[in-house]
Design a protein around this ligand. Structure first.
Ligand code: ADP
Ligand code: MG
Length: 254
């Protein structure tokens, strides 16, 4: 076995896996640039650290299960007059996650609620937070099958361990008593440990009807609004404004 192979094997045993895979290049680089021993070692350590961070981000992005990759940079503030540049920056600095604030994003379909929620979630992952994105439908399904399937169990465990849980399209579906109960217990578990972002096209006063039980609804709302920023997004649907049509612009004016 060559010394290089020996070294690579040893590095793997010592859990320097990333460096081990890239060792040939790192050595070549040091030789070509006449680096000192200290610089060489520094490069190796920094390489390992950088790759570990990148892999963490990759893993967290995968676990988050965003339906789309939409960034905050792509969110055009000129299209959304109900939010100021300053407010968007404040949301983007993510200190509200450390302070365990919840966000409720309200507004009709197409105004950018999901985009904004995903954008904040992606930024949070790059800054080291654990984020889970779920639709209300998937969440209820996971809760009902938590004791039955490993997949749901894992998913909910990650949710309870997360720093930020995004629940998209709340109340899109009517819930029965058992579902409302399970949902309440999850919110109760997350409360005071995790920030929650909720999006909905229904005002909170309408949530009661959809959850069925007014007492459970009040209990859920109590926990959510304990520390909350409620953001009303309105205006025309971005989709409608930017829709593509078959006949081109002329047909609109004719
Ligand atoms: P909602 O969740 O409110 O129904 P979405 O977030 O799904 O709306 O937005 C609909 C589409 O319009 C998405 O493709 C989204 O990226 C885009 N969109 C909405 N608002 C904006 C905005 N302010 N800037 C850029 N794209 C936007
Ligand atoms: Mg949406």
């Amino acid at each position: 076995m060559t010394q290089l192979n020996q070294l690579q094997e040893l590095m793997r045993t010592l859990r320097f896996v990333e460096t081990s895979n890239h060792l040939r290049e790192l050595i070549k680089q040091a030789e070509q640039n006449d680096h000192s021993y200290t610089k060489f070692l520094l490069d190796i350590m920094q390489y390992e650290q950088k790759r570990r961070e990148e892999k963490q981000v990759e893993k967290r992005l995968k676990w988050a299960t965003f339906p789309d990759y939409k960034t905050l940079e792509e969110f055009d503030i000129k299209e959304q007059q109900s939010l100021s540049k300053k407010q968007l920056n404040q949301l983007g600095d993510l200190t509200w996650i450390d302070q365990l604030y919840n966000l409720v994003l309200l507004g009709p379909p197409g105004v950018g609620k999901t985009h904004l929620a995903i954008g904040l979630g992606i930024k949070a992952i790059y800054e080291g937070y654990k984020v889970i994105f779920t639709s209300m439908g998937d969440l209820v399904h996971a809760l009902k099958t938590e004791e039955i399937t490993r997949k749901s169990k894992t998913r909910l465990k990650r949710m309870r361990d997360a720093d930020l849980v995004i629940i998209d399209d709340l109340m899109f579906m009517a819930m029965d008593q058992q579902e409302a109960n399970l949902f309440f217990h999850l919110i109760n578990d997350l409360h005071d440990q995790t920030s929650i972002v909720l999006t909905s096209n229904k005002a909170p006063k309408e949530w009661g009807e959809l959850l069925g039980d007014p007492a459970i609804t009040t209990a859920i709302l109590d926990r959510i609004v304990h520390r909350v920023e409620i953001i009303h997004l309105n205006g025309d649907s971005y989709r409608m404004k930017h829709r593509k049509n078959i006949f081109g612009q002329e047909s609109v004016t004719n």
